[in-house]
Ligand binder design. Structure first.
Ligand SMILES: *Cc1c(COP(=O)(O)O)cnc(C)c1O
Length: 401
């Protein structure tokens, strides 16, 4: 049945009134430990005082002027991102998919400006790049493409982590490789250690651009500012969103000067991208993430949580098959349907999102405390016991059928 809100989401019947750090609170006062964080978005938790202050201060001055005018906070954020990363330049967007759209256009335009016919991109099975026509074509997920054809041409999917398959898929028209350093929606899939290095080498040897999608794994989520830094590899173009706004909708396409050479006056635009509200919040988020000790603290929290999860896996081998991921982008691959574990955790008062490959994701705010990690593990323990109890009942129920 149609509903006033287009029914494309199977929504959980929970309404929250407010958030406090790692907690979401319902109208009737029930508190949930939030390890969804808006799907890796609220990296500083809910209602962080510095973000509330930045947003409200800006809200009283100026919301929107359009990119017809200079936006000083945006110039400042772009310069700070350039100083902290491989990039020389940034285009601000309102979402991850838009950051990818800009990245794809930029890669195609680079070769156009070089006088070459190389619009094709190698992408990976299990990838997620967003829900626009270009990004569903790039992701190649049949479920998201069905009925929306004709599919945008130009993308060649190969198995994730398979360098030989990448090489075999290259054609004279291939101009770029687009990859998530860690697949998020695909199931917290970490590729082999040498994979990104191998892609970089291939790109260098063949005059291709390496385009990274760090929408989910970027901005501190992996324990480093950006996940690719762990591999000593620099991309040419990188899409960022989610964490960069701490909950305010924004994204960015970052690039080197060379990769951006085709994006000249008038080649791209956005009405809202880089608006003063987003830029004020983006600078406030960056203040926190770049502060001394912030990323060290994420790595320590990750080490603690990962060690405890390994203990839980050992205690509940019939439920947890594998613990994987990096930083605070962690996944529990389940032996039972992952959705059952998501529901059992919710019954224990903890919110987690699922992912591909029968994985439950653990994506707490990066500010999660030691106590909250301990509590989360108690809840996972209890949820596993709940499932084990149900398993013991199941044969009896089966016999009665
Ligand atoms: C969420 C996500 C996107 C899409 O971002 P939207 O803001 O939903 O458009 C793209 N790539 C990755 C890796 C993501 O996790």
């Amino acid at each position: 049945m149609i509903t006033p809100v287009l029914p494309t989401y199977a929504r959980i019947d929970l309404e929250f009134e407010r958030g406090e750090g790692c907690w979401l609170v319902t109208k009737d006062g029930r508190r949930y430990l939030d390890f969804t964080a808006g799907i890796a978005v609220n990296i500083l938790g809910h209602a962080h005082p510095a973000l509330v202050a930045a947003l409200t201060a800006q809200a009283g001055k100026l919301w929107h002027v359009s990119n017809l005018f200079r936006i000083p906070e945006g110039e400042r954020l772009a310069a700070r991102l350039a100083a902290a990363t491989f990039a020389d330049t940034a285009f601000f967007t309102n979402s991850g998919a838009e950051a990818l759209e800009c990245s794809i256009k930029m890669a195609r335009r680079y070769h156009h400006a070089s006088g070459a016919d190389r619009p094709r991109m190698v992408t990976f099975e299990g990838a997620f790049h967003g829900r626009t026509l270009a990004t569903i074509a790039a992701g190649g997920n049949a479920k998201y493409l069905e009925g929306f054809g004709p599919d945008l041409p130009g993308f060649d999917q190969v198995p994730f982590g398979d360098l030989e398959a990448v090489e075999a898929a290259l054609t004279p028209q291939t101009g770029a490789i687009l990859v998530e350093p860690i697949q998020g929606e695909g199931g917290v899939r970490v590729p082999p250690a040498s994979f990104l290095r191998g892609l970089r080498d291939l790109c260098d040897a063949r005059g291709m651009l390496l385009v990274l999608d760090e929408v989910q794994c970027g901005v501190g989520r992996s324990g480093l500012l950006f996940a690719h830094e762990a591999h000593g590899v620099r991309p040419d173009i990188m899409a960022v969103a989610k964490g960069i706004g701490g909950g305010f909708p924004m994204g960015a396409c970052l690039a080197t000067e060379a990769a951006a050479k085709g994006m000249t006056l008038g080649t791209h635009g956005s009405t809202y991208g880089g608006n003063p509200l987003a830029m004020a919040v983006g600078n406030a988020v960056l203040d926190m993430v770049l502060a001394d000790g912030f990323l060290e603290r994420v790595r320590a929290a990750s080490a603690d949580l990962t060690r405890r999860l390994a203990e839980l896996k050992a205690r509940h081998p019939a439920v947890i098959a594998e613990v994987r991921g990096a930083g605070l982008l962690l996944g529990l691959r389940a032996h039972v349907p992952a959705a059952e574990l998501v529901v059992a955790l919710r019954e224990e008062g903890m919110l987690v999102p699922g992912a591909g490959d029968n994985v439950v994701r653990l994506l707490p705010p990066l500010t999660v405390s030691d106590d909250e990690i301990g509590l989360a593990c108690d809840k996972i323990d209890a949820a596993c016991r709940r499932i084990e109890d149900a398993m013991r009942m199941a044969p009896v129920m089966g016999a009665a059928e």
